[in-house]
Design a protein around this ligand. Structure first.
Ligand SMILES: [Fe+2]
Length: 189
């Protein structure tokens, strides 16, 4: 991991803009603005080469690199690096979330929650790739499916490791459960 002033400056400028968007209130329009600001950051793709963010093969072949986070745990920007394959079951985030592509493809399925405790229903599918992105409100539910590797920005209103347990659909048991995010994060600030 090389120290990179240009990268940290570009990240700091994007996060300052995102803080200002958030301060005006979070709704569907606001997360769209955040998505657009992260797309601008992703245009500087030479600052975020895959070689600086390798996927850890000793784990499940994916790694999460922290690029920015406030001291109060708000406004966390990560790069997720996936060597080949990763999946995340339908889940919410308890804060806003935005994914923007740098390399490869990450299939995102969005879901409608159905009344009661039933399984969520797929409402749309969107593939995040270079120069595209998707944004979520705190209650939105999505799942992630990567094949063939991917490098993406994942940005959240709050530090993933500091969030309370979030909700996810456990298909084998066919029920909603909660799980705290505990996977390791590499500090790349
Ligand atoms: Fe997610």
């Amino acid at each position: 991991m090389s120290g990179n002033v240009e990268r940290s400056t570009a990240v700091a400028e994007a996060m300052a803009d995102i803080r200002a968007i958030d301060a005006a209130g979070i709704d569907r329009d606001a997360v769209e603005l955040i998505r657009c600001r992260l797309l601008e950051l992703a245009e500087l793709s030479e600052l975020f080469p895959w070689s600086d963010f390798p996927a850890d093969e000793s784990r499940d072949g994916s790694s999460l690199y922290l690029l920015s986070q406030d001291v109060d745990h708000r406004f966390a920007l990560y790069i997720q690096s996936v060597k080949d394959t990763t999946e995340a079951p339908p889940h919410d985030h308890l804060t806003w979330a935005c994914i923007v592509g740098l390399e490869g493809e990450e299939v995102n399925r969005k879901y409608d929650r159905v009344a009661g405790d039933g399984p969520p229903r797929v409402s749309e599918e969107f593939t995040v790739r270079r120069n595209t992105g998707i944004a979520f409100l705190p209650d939105d539910v999505h799942s992630i499916h990567v094949k063939g590797g991917a490098l993406n920005f994942h940005c959240y209103g709050h530090d993933l490791l500091d969030l309370p347990a979030r909700n996810y659909w456990a298909e084998p048991a066919r029920e909603w459960r909660t799980m705290k995010v505990e996977f390791p994060v590499v500090d790349a600030r």
